[in-house]
Design a binder for this molecule. Structure first.
Ligand SMILES: [Zn+2]
Length: 431
């Protein structure tokens, strides 16, 4: 077990379900202090852990350096990376802008950070207005490059070359890797995207956009200092031993206090009270989910806030959704301090083997993320009838324990998708 979870505000999180397991709730909030660091930490999950377990005063979390010798996906630091990207956008909105996936502009994995300089973004969207563009990689931040470089140094993950942290051309904010590049070279070039790195066929640079390398280092330094007033480092945008030492200790899922232009109460105010839906379903079948949320922030959530797929790609798209990755809006506002519900359908993919699916959903209002909700189900070919998730189990920690019996502590990155918002909320409250 290598993941540690910030303690304080209680919540439960489960790793990816083992084959045949039945888990519908990945993220549950229980009323009082249960510290649950993935299922394997406590035998039988919550067995023996009561609601009033005393948690440590010292918040712990998976640090960036805890991933230097395991895994091969930088998705483990996507939480911290998003904060860095958003911190840059906060400082200068044209320097870095988030782009949204569409039917033609496809993002191929949850490790992709969909941010580019505003000009590069416009020219990418222009290409994708008429052609399918599959993005393997876009903006990359310091913690991602740090891990890639360390893995490369150790000969891990099949990485044959990696720039030192801070120096990757993907940290420039004007680089993308396109998996279906071969049919797109001339269309990309017509929009200013140079196919200019010999031996790196998927790579394109938008050379008329400025190179913002160093801004991610500066953004990290600012985030670190905001969260560690007693251990401030120089905000110089230069990656040296001081910055490296802090980067290693930084929480992979993001700091308690996030980017300046997002108010903490907008970002970190969701408690997921329950997720009701099937644990298992047939391939190509439709399933209904009902998620109950508590608004613990000071701001009301507008009815226009949208629940969407955080990674930008999903196997669960249903025709009832707003777009390929936007599921539904709230419909009715949820006032600060109150509870509300969002219900939606998913359609399971056509698979021939039992397939566990984990999906992180994000509730967002305009550019701000309000919080995250995780769902999981196992698609089971030939099963007799769908099992429904246990209903009416809000606030019931035992139900969480029941759903958690299956997993083994998660060597996969999903073990650490913790509901970033709740982790952050927990840590802030302890200060
Ligand atoms: Zn590249």
């Amino acid at each position: 077990m290598r993941h540690h979870i910030a303690a304080g505000r209680s919540f439960a999180t489960f790793a990816k379900p083992a084959e045949g397991s039945a888990i519908s709730r990945l993220l549950r909030v229980v009323p009082t202090g249960v510290l649950l660091a993935g299922c394997s930490l406590l035998a039988g999950c919550l067995d023996g852990a009561s609601d009033d377990v005393e948690v440590s005063e010292t918040a712990q979390y998976a640090t960036v350096s805890s991933y230097t010798s395991s895994g091969c996906s930088t998705a483990v630091v996507i939480g911290l990376s998003k904060q860095i990207a958003d911190e840059i956008s906060c400082q200068s909105p044209t320097l870095l802008k988030r782009f949204e996936p569409t039917t033609r502009l496809q993002i191929t994995s949850s490790a992709v950070l969909p941010y580019l300089h505003s000009t590069a973004k416009t020219d990418l969207e222009a290409v994708a207005s008429t052609r399918t563009v599959q993005i393997n990689s876009a903006f990359r931040t310091l913690p991602q490059q740090y891990l890639l470089y360390r893995w490369y140094q150790q000969g891990r993950c099949g990485i044959t070359a990696a720039a030192t942290p801070g120096r990757s051309n993907h940290q420039s904010g004007r680089a993308i890797d396109v998996s279906n590049y071969s049919t797109l070279i001339s269309a990309m070039s017509a929009k200013g995207w140079a196919h200019d790195v010999p031996g790196d066929a998927v790579h394109f640079d938008h050379l008329s956009s400025p190179d913002i390398r160093g801004k991610d280092v500066l953004a990290f330094q600012r985030l670190w200092n905001r969260n560690h007033p007693a251990d401030k480092i120089a905000e110089d945008g230069a990656y040296g031993p001081q910055t490296e030492a802090r980067l290693k200790q930084a929480p992979a899922t993001g700091f308690a206090i996030g980017p300046t232009c997002m108010t903490p109460n907008m970002m970190f105010a969701v408690d997921v009270l329950s997720v009701d839906g099937p644990d298992r379903a047939q391939p190509q079948s439709r399933a209904h989910y009902r998620v109950t949320l508590q608004n613990n922030g000071q701001a009301d959530w507008p009815g226009t806030a949208v629940l969407r797929v955080a990674s930008g790609t999903t196997q669960l798209h249903d025709p009832s959704w707003i777009s390929p990755t936007e599921i539904s809006d709230l419909g009715a506002p949820i006032a600060a301090g109150t509870m509300g519900e969002i219900a939606f359908d998913i359609t399971t993919p056509a698979v021939t083997e039992e397939t566990p699916i984990f999906e992180q959903l994000e509730l967002s209002d305009g550019g701000s993320t309000i919080g995250t909700v995780n769902i999981a189900l196992t698609v089971v070919p030939g099963m007799e009838e769908p099992t429904s998730g246990e209903a009416d189990d809000q606030y019931d920690a035992q139900e969480v324990a029941g759903g958690c019996s299956a997993t083994g502590g998660g060597s996969s990155s999903t073990g650490v998708v913790l509901g970033l918002a709740l982790v952050a909320l927990a840590r802030r409250r302890r200060r």
